[in-house]
Design a protein around this ligand. Structure first.
Ligand SMILES: O=C(O)CCC(=O)C(=O)O
Ligand SMILES: [Fe+2]
Length: 372
């Protein structure tokens, strides 16, 4: 008789929440089709679609990327099982060094008061996993260690199958050599990328009321592109550039929601929009569930100077030749410097402090703000 082998790796579990039935003011976003890149015409078509999306909304969907739904589901299951089954005591052994601007590792919820008046604390837990390229070798909680090879494979695939094609399309749209942005975002580069499992704990209707229905303030992300995997609990809202209104982002089957971030905006002299977004309390029919996110934050290699690209005929023709640093005469930071400074700034300002405790400066001479 075969000897029973003890099950050392815990089974994973996750079930997607049903989409909301509430009619919300949804944002109308373009979908970039990565299945249309086999011909020069297809590439031009998708490059045009991408740049228009980036100029008008800053957010878009991407479909037909070469990663199966099954692999994405596994990532949600890893995140969910990690959050549900790992004792807080174990998670806290892997805490991120936030004070020094590093987000990699675990960040507990309830860490800070987000509303001074009511004393309500943050409801978000994070686990940020850097790239597997030898620059940051960390220890991980057991559940994560057990699935590390699969997480590594996924993190790499997001780069080669989703991000590289998008960066190529962006280069085509700006009439730059096709690998211009790919070279800045190669997996092998030292950069502040991370894969994130993010859990928003549900709140009571009373708490949501006290928070005016807002869980996370308006902000822009720091790097190149952010990938947000489809998860059906409605909460993400983007601020429309054209009319200033907040609109909800719908979870579409088979897509990833993508947004352009600060570094791309700096590199293109603000031609590309780093769009303001926030997280609202979900609609009534989803108020009683937790919300799990799987995200990937892509950033240019750390030594990239965030100066406006001079080689793009498009930026030259259209007059996008100076970014905010250059206009204001502020020393242009590197991508790594910008990320660490803004993360440190985010951390120290998260408690919605006012007055002296809250500095508007991310780096000397450069202000940033939240958009409530
Ligand atoms: O959870 C989301 O939908 C968005 C999260 C987000 O904006 C962020 O983590 O930067
Ligand atoms: Fe964000």
């Amino acid at each position: 008789m075969p000897v029973a082998v003890p099950l050392t790796v815990k089974p994973l579990h996750y079930e997607y929440v049903k989409p909301t039935k509430v009619e919300l003011d949804w944002a109308e976003l373009v979908t970039v089709d990565l299945g249309d890149l086999s011909t020069p015409e297809g590439k031009q078509r998708q490059a045009k679609g991408l740049i228009d999306a980036l100029r008008i909304k800053g957010f878009f969907y991407v479909k037909n990327f070469n990663i199966s739904q099954e692999r994405v589901d596994r990532q949600f299951a890893i995140g969910n099982t990690f959050y549900n089954d790992t004792p807080l005591e174990e998670k806290l052994k892997y805490e991120a060094d936030l004070k020094n601007g590093s987000y990699n590792g675990y960040i507990p919820h309830g860490r800070s008061v987000i509303d001074k008046e009511s004393g309500i604390k943050s409801n978000v837990e994070f686990l940020n996993i850097p790239k597997f390229n030898g620059f940051e070798d960390r220890e991980w909680p057991t559940l994560i260690t057990e699935h590390l090879p699969e997480i590594e494979e996924f993190s790499k695939a997001l780069n080669t199958e989703v991000l590289y094609p998008l960066y190529k399309l962006l280069a085509i749209a700006l009439e730059l050599p096709e690998n211009y942005f790919v070279d800045l975002h190669r997996y092998e580069n030292n950069s502040e990328d991370h894969l994130r499992y993010m859990k928003y704990h549900k709140r009571t209707p009373e708490e949501n009321k006290k928070l005016n229905g807002i869980w996370g303030r308006g902000h822009t992300d720091l790097g190149g592109f952010t990938l947000l995997f489809r998860q059906p609990v409605a909460a993400l809202q983007i601020k429309d550039h054209t009319d200033g209104k907040w609109r909800w982002v719908k979870a579409l089957d088979g897509t990833i929601t993508v947004n352009a971030c600060d570094a791309l905006s700096f590199l293109t002299g603000n031609y590309v929009k780093s769009t303001i977004h926030r997280v609202a309390a979900p609609p009534a029919d989803q108020e009683n569930v937790d919300r799990l996110g799987v995200l990937y934050f892509s950033r240019p290699k750390s030594d990239t100077l965030l100066a406006t690209i001079k080689e793009s005929p498009v930026l030259q023709r259209e007059g996008y030749t100076q970014n905010d640093f250059e206009k204001e005469g502020v020393e242009v930071p590197t991508s790594g410097g910008w990320t660490i400074s803004k993360q440190r700034w985010n951390f120290s300002n998260y408690g919605r402090e006012t007055g002296e405790q809250r500095t508007p400066f991310v780096i000397p001479g450069y202000e940033s703000k939240y958009f409530d």
